[in-house]
Design a protein around this ligand. Structure first.
Ligand SMILES: [Zn+2]
Length: 127
């Protein structure tokens, strides 16, 4: 399977291999452009690990009081939205990558929702 990218000039799907000429506008793919997708991919991969971890720490640290917990939940929802693989479809070149990120995303979302459920149960139950 050949990796494709969208032409930065006219957005036609072309091969991301360095030196490829866009049939529509004649733009030539440079080394930098061939790598930009990989860099976005690495960034997304790092964020998929770091952001859920930060959300997790934030939720644990604020679990004793209601208002900070709500703030931590909102941050978590924002992260979940930010990392949702649905928004990153373009970065995945194989089904495996797609499944891998859906796996990570569902796992951390599920885990944190369960955690939130218990925290709110405790907070609202005790007050
Ligand atoms: Zn083009």
């Amino acid at each position: 399977m050949q990796e494709t990218t969208s032409c930065p000039q006219c957005n036609t799907e072309i091969l991301s291999r360095i030196g490829t000429n866009c049939p529509k506008c004649g733009h030539t793919i440079s080394f930098y452009e061939g790598n930009s997708k990989k860099r976005d991919f690495s960034k997304y991969f790092a964020m998929s690990i770091i952001l859920p971890f930060l959300a997790f720490v934030g939720i644990i640290m604020t679990s004793k009081s209601l208002v900070p917990s709500i703030i931590a939940s909102l941050v978590f929802i924002y992260f979940a939205y930010l990392l949702c693989p649905l928004r990153k479809e373009k970065l995945f070149s194989t089904t495996y990558e797609k499944l891998f990120f859906w796996g990570i995303w569902s796992m951390f979302t599920g885990l944190l929702i369960t955690l939130e459920y218990n925290i709110y149960g405790n907070l609202l139950g005790n007050s």
